[in-house]
Design a protein around this ligand. Structure first.
Ligand code: SF4
Length: 380
């Protein structure tokens, strides 16, 4: 999940009241043809895409949650909408933290980056899926994307934007994790977000890494989290939290950067529908972009009501409803497994995470871990 240094403190209780992060897919249009694209992005904008006025209403409604969520404008490519600057300005004006994930195309110019900065964008995230052009460009489906990504990072830094790099782990770049981590060390990013594939959209065609390989990647991420000048987080791999807690030997596991400063991070336990929400380009509301269970339709449904009261969202927030080993696991509150991956592979959003090697211990430890988690949240 994205996180920002100024994000308000959240607890599990807050997750019932509102999301920590909302992904708003402003358009499905994109000039890239990425292998793993969740959105199966198209070159042209959808005729039923929410118009500017309705999109601004949407942002206004998000600002009604008790704690304003971080809003990530995503796609497709958000820059395929010429009104995206208006949306950033409107979001910032209503008190929202606004972030964006543009595609690395010629639409991203220094002038555009400067304007996004001036409109108040809090974070710009770009994707880097290989340590070299051959790996990255093959993944993105367009040659030159690797070089353009690095150019965006450099120009984004020059205009003063806070930067994030997103990397999708696949069999093709598994051996490059360390090299990518090293390459990011000198480009002044705030966060490296490592995404673990959910087989939806075009991602259905890509081989997943094994559960054992997750642990290998977690080990490398943990190593780099100790030594690199940026924070590291995972997307659709909440079991990295279990891995970190196991390494720390304590439930108090907020990552600390090498500068010794504990940065404000996404709160423990964020998962699909639990502290997170996704709205697609036509206003359909989902627990996440990777969990295609439609729970409502904006503007006819209230975003606040759907997040709080939809039976799907409510069940996803209740770790005691998890099935299989996740339901028995002492880490279920802070992890719970990727609900999207469980749904994609089993058709049951509450089934056990298919890509976790962990075997829960005795039931008596479950309560103990929950109590430790409660204690942590009181102290946070
Ligand atoms: S068994 Fe489930 S809840 Fe436990 S660590 Fe693995 S994915 Fe997380």
């Amino acid at each position: 999940m994205c996180d920002l240094k100024q994000a308000p403190a959240y607890t599990r209780v807050d997750f019932h009241q509102g999301p920590f992060v909302v992904f708003y897919e402003v358009t499905q249009a994109c000039d890239l043809v990425c292998q793993h694209c969740r959105a199966c992005a198209q070159p042209l904008r959808h005729p039923e895409e929410l118009d500017t006025e309705t999109a601004c209403e949407l942002l206004g409604q998000l600002a009604q949650f008790p704690k304003s969520p971080l809003v990530v404008l995503t796609g497709g490519d958000p820059l395929k909408r010429s009104d995206v600057f208006d949306l950033v300005r409107r979001g910032v004006g209503t008190g929202l933290e606004m972030a964006m994930t543009p595609s690395a195309t010629p639409l991203v110019t220094r002038t555009v980056l400067q304007r996004l900065h001036d409109e108040g964008l809090s974070r710009l995230a770009v994707s880097l899926d290989g340590v070299d052009a051959a790996t990255h460009d093959a993944f993105r489906g367009v040659s030159g994307s690797f070089d353009r990504t690095w150019q965006i990072l450099q120009q984004g830094r020059d205009v003063g934007l806070s930067l994030q790099v997103n990397t999708t782990v696949t069999a093709a770049n598994l051996e490059q994790i360390d090299a990518i981590a090293e390459s990011l060390a000198s480009c002044d990013i705030a966060l490296w977000s490592v995404f673990f594939l959910v087989p939806v959209g075009r991602g259905e065609q890509i081989d997943r890494i094994s559960a054992e390989q997750y642990e290998v990647v977690f080990d490398r991420l943990w190593h780099h989290a100790q030594t690199k000048p940026y924070d590291i987080t995972t997307t659709e791999a909440p079991h990295y939290r279990r891995f970190v807690l196991q390494r720390r030997g304590s439930p108090q596991g907020n990552t600390r950067s090498s500068d010794g400063v504990a940065h404000q991070r996404a709160p423990l336990g964020v998962n699909d529908g639990k502290g997170a929400m996704f709205i697609d380009h036509t206003g359909r509301i989902f627990p996440s972009g990777f969990l295609p269970i439609e729970c409502g339709q904006f503007p006819s449904d209230s975003l606040v009501d759907v997040y709080r009261d939809s039976s799907v969202f409510r069940s996803l927030r209740d770790a005691n409803l998890l099935r299989g080993k996740c339901g028995e696991c002492e880490f279920r509150q802070i992890c719970g497994g990727s609900r999207a991956r469980s749904y994609a592979l089993t058709g049951d959003a509450l089934a056990a995470e298919p890509d976790c090697v962990y075997q829960p211990r005795q039931e008596r430890l479950v309560q103990s871990m929950d109590e430790n988690q409660d204690q942590y949240e009181k102290q946070a």
